[in-house]
Design a protein around this ligand. Structure first.
Ligand SMILES: NC(=O)c1ccc[n+]([C@@H]2O[C@H](COP(=O)([O-])OP(=O)(O)OC[C@H]3O[C@@H](n4cnc5c(N)ncnc54)[C@H](O)[C@@H]3O)[C@@H](O)[C@H]2O)c1
Length: 286
């Protein structure tokens, strides 16, 4: 099953990176977001990233032109009727995602695979919302998608082997390394294990165990992390961290995922992280 025409629905932090990655791999890449102007911002983001590569001598102007030429922005979902694969990257909210998938199910050709980039929601309830449950799968990119090689591929109970194989093959074609998750469990592998760690780090900030700068330095110097965990939460987005923890808390139970009140306060104060200029750190000054 060749997946050459791809659509990305939701062009925020993750979607815009996925859009670039697919276009860069030579896929005919469609982009849709419900907010006017989000598509243009996503293309500008890709253009700037590609300029950086040109400056470093890793790409030519012609290659950039070709990549951007692979991107087609659309203003309505109906224009996605001919694509082979849709990757959904809207807000981490099961109701919004199911609503998007139900619409796509009506619009897209029957053989089209519907994939979610959810951080932690299970695949099976989303698959159950569409008529083509065998063609539903999770393809979970990591932030930033333009740099991170890892993609978790998670099958719903109903996902067919053909869909699973096509998704893994697609990941290879766009230069990613797929981790084949064998069980449709909340949080899969990476967020299941990372969320409690980030939550504990938020508690350390909340309790004043050390400054946020020192906490980040501790992980960079002590564990060789490229960025510290406080800044990582800013990169992920505090709203996404909150959704992931709340969902894992409900679905896995116990107190392991019981969210630090500081995370809820940050979201309530609109301090979502890099995406809106301020989170634990202030990015507006840079
Ligand atoms: N941020 C991360 O580090 C990260 C990593 C992996 C996966 N994810 C997952 O990716 C998804 C997107 O996260 P994000 O950080 O990019 O969020 P974001 O808030 O930056 O972007 C979401 C985008 O979806 C758009 N959108 C919302 N509803 C829509 C709809 N009905 N139709 C079309 N577009 C719609 C919004 O306008 C926005 O541009 C979430 O499920 C999240 O859990 C996030």
């Amino acid at each position: 099953m060749a997946l050459n025409k791809v659509a990305v629905v939701g062009l925020g932090q993750m979607g815009r990176g996925i859009l670039q990655v697919c276009a860069q791999a030579g896929k005919e890449t469609y982009g849709f977001d419900s907010v006017p102007g989000a598509g243009e911002k996503a293309v500008a983001f890709a253009s700037k990233n590609l300029d950086d590569r040109i400056k470093k001598g890793k790409m030519t102007e012609d290659q950039k032109k070709q990549i951007l030429g692979n991107i087609k922005l659309v203003n309505k979902m109906e224009d996605l009727k001919d694509v082979d694969l849709v990757i959904e990257a809207v807000f981490e909210d099961i109701k919004i995602k199911i609503d998007v998938f139900k619409k796509l199910d009506e619009i897209c050709k029957p053989e089209c695979i519907l994939a979610s980039n959810t951080s932690a929601l299970q695949a099976t309830p989303m698959a159950s919302a569409v008529k083509r449950a065998d063609k539903f799968i999770i393809i979970h990119f990591h932030q930033p998608p333009t740099h991170m090689k890892l993609v978790e591929v998670v099958r719903a109970l109903q996902t067919s082997d053909a869909t699973g194989q096509a998704a893994v093959q697609f990941c290879k074609e766009i230069g990613k390394e797929a981790c084949d998750i064998k069980v449709d469990c909340p949080g899969f592998l990476t967020n299941r294990t990372m969320a409690p760690l980030l939550n504990e780090v938020a508690y350390c900030v909340y309790e004043g165990v050390a400054t946020k700068e020192d906490i980040d330095k501790a992980f960079i110097n002590g564990f060789n992390w490229p960025v510290g965990p406080v800044q990582l939460m800013d990169f992920i987005g505090l709203d996404t961290v909150q959704h992931v923890l709340e969902d894992l808390h409900i679905r896995r139970g116990g107190d392991k995922y019981c969210m630090c009140p500081l995370i809820g306060n940050m979201v309530a104060a609109g301090r979502l992280g890099v995406k809106n200029g301020i989170g634990f750190y202030d990015y507006r000054r840079k």
